[in-house]
Design a protein around this ligand. Structure first.
Ligand code: ADP
Ligand code: MG
Length: 275
């Protein structure tokens, strides 16, 4: 079976011209789509890192993006988070928020969290303090650590620690955590900000088998409440969590479908899996 590589775009409705509110306005997902990437191209010195890319992420879905090195996966994440601006095309969060008009800060504020490959926790602070620093209070790190948390904030942190499996280690110094635990802590630091869309770049690189399995469970458990886009090279991991997989190649979608569909797609086998 050939996976469909050109899904017909869902309607974004008539609100596409609406300029996003300057405060963290809510993404309008009444059409069931949280992210619209339409005909997006990005060139670096004439080389097209993204070449007319179309991608639609449904509200609450967990999507895996795979593709060979240089396919444009990180550039796609950069475009969604405002780090790189597209030369052409549209990027909307819900049907109302034009991400190409917002700063990186505003995009994060609007509800898009990004987990980079390398964990960036504060190593000398405890797990709990790291979560405290990430709480969206608008305070600076130093202020946060000396201010008293109220009961609901403590509960909120504990609930997030439970989700990431670090409740029992809340008083441990973050620098002493294993690589996998640091990655989970950083995911927790994003979750405490309650993003609607979470972008995760190669989460299991360098993890043990057990940590990889636990990460698969964790990310799968987030779907529904959040929309999650995972870029990952580890095929066992993708097989474990994937519902729908998008294969990027030369800056465009080569194939899209279930893991089984894309694995059996001759074009995918040729450029990626067969390599
Ligand atoms: P992937 O994450 O799928 O491996 P990238 O999005 O990182 O791919 O890169 C896609 C292509 O764009 C690569 O050929 C890369 O060398 C190029 N590229 C990415 N970022 C830049 C940049 N800032 N300047 C020049 N070329 C870049
Ligand atoms: Mg990359």
């Amino acid at each position: 079976m050939i996976a469909q590589s050109n899904p017909s775009p869902p309607p974004r409705g008539s609100a596409s011209h609406v300029v996003a509110r300057s405060s963290a306005g809510d993404a309008d997902t009444r059409h069931g789509v949280i992210l619209y990437v339409e005909n997006v191209s990005v060139s670096f010195d004439g080389f097209k890192a993204l070449n007319g890319l179309n991608l639609y992420i449904e509200d609450g879905e967990l999507r895996c993006i795979i593709g060979p090195n240089g396919a444009g996966k990180s550039t796609l994440m950069d475009v969604i988070t405002g780090k790189t601006r597209p030369d052409s095309g549209q990027v909307f969060f819900g049907q109302n928020i034009d991400l190409t008009r917002l700063s990186e800060f505003r995009i994060a504020q609007a509800g898009i969290g990004r987990k980079f490959q390398r964990p960036t926790v504060f190593p000398r602070h405890s797990v709990f303090e790291n979560m405290e620093i990430a709480l969206p209070t608008g305070k600076r790190v130093r202020d946060t650590l000396f201010a008293r948390l109220d009961g609901s904030q403590r509960d909120r942190i504990d609930r997030a620690l439970e989700v990431i499996g670090l409740l029992g280690k809340r008083h441990q110094v973050a620098g002493m955590l294993s690589h996998g635990e640091k990655q989970w802590l950083e995911i927790g630091m994003l979750l405490i900000q309650e993003p609607r869309l979470l972008l995760v770049d190669e989460p299991v690189a360098g993890m043990s088998q057990q940590e990889t399995e636990r990460t698969a469970e964790l990310l799968a458990s987030l779907a529904g409440k959040h929309s999650v886009v995972v870029v990952e090279h580890d095929m066992d991991f993708v097989r474990r969590i994937a519902r729908k997989v998008t294969v990027l190649h030369e800056g465009a979608v080569l194939a899209e479908g279930s893991m089984e569909q894309v694995q059996n797609d001759p074009r995918v086998i040729e450029v990626y899996l067969g390599a």
